[in-house]
Design a protein around this ligand. Structure first.
Ligand code: ATP
Length: 136
């Protein structure tokens, strides 16, 4: 089985969508292996978003991500990396497909930051790297 790092971002926690998001993950058959509520330190976010450093949305994204608590979850299951990204939908909640987390619940979008409710690792390498950052 595979592992992925899922984050319920500050907009998801603030809007009380954590339960609805976790329910979809569990209903799909994935298992919650670790879970914590945390307001991330800047150093954690710098590591997590290292690939985006220098992009126009980088600083707004870090500000948004440290604006309140997030729920960090290690989720396990067969092909869970691809499977969770499919549950989440595409990055922009405006055009994310209905039936996905972002498509159904996402409503805050902007030029500088996409408040798109969740994060999911995009590869086995990213998943292991990100789990190490959030669950050091
Ligand atoms: P995530 O990694 O959060 O699951 P993703 O893989 O769809 O989403 P990335 O390209 O890794 O998105 O970007 C990380 C996050 O940065 C996005 O989820 C979004 O919040 C923000 N972001 C990415 N691109 C943009 C953009 N062009 N404008 C504003 N925010 C952006």
């Amino acid at each position: 089985t595979e592992r992925t790092l899922v984050l319920v971002k500050p907009d998801g926690v603030e809007r009380n969508l954590t339960g609805a998001i976790l329910a979809r993950i569990e209903a799909k058959g994935y298992r919650i292996a670790e879970l914590k509520l945390v307001t991330p330190e800047r150093s954690v976010l710098e590591q997590h978003y290292a690939e985006h450093e220098g992009k126009p949305f980088y600083e707004p994204l870090l500000a948004f991500m440290s604006s309140g608590p997030v729920v960090a979850v290690v989720v396990e299951g067969d092909r869970v990396i691809e499977g969770f990204r499919s549950l989440a939908g595409t990055t922009d909640p405006t055009t994310a497909a209905p039936g996905t987390i972002r498509g159904d619940f996402g409503r805050d979008w902007g030029e500088k930051v996409q408040k798109n409710l969740v994060h999911g690792s995009d590869s086995v390498e990213s998943a292991e790297r990100e789990i190490g950052i959030w669950f050091a």
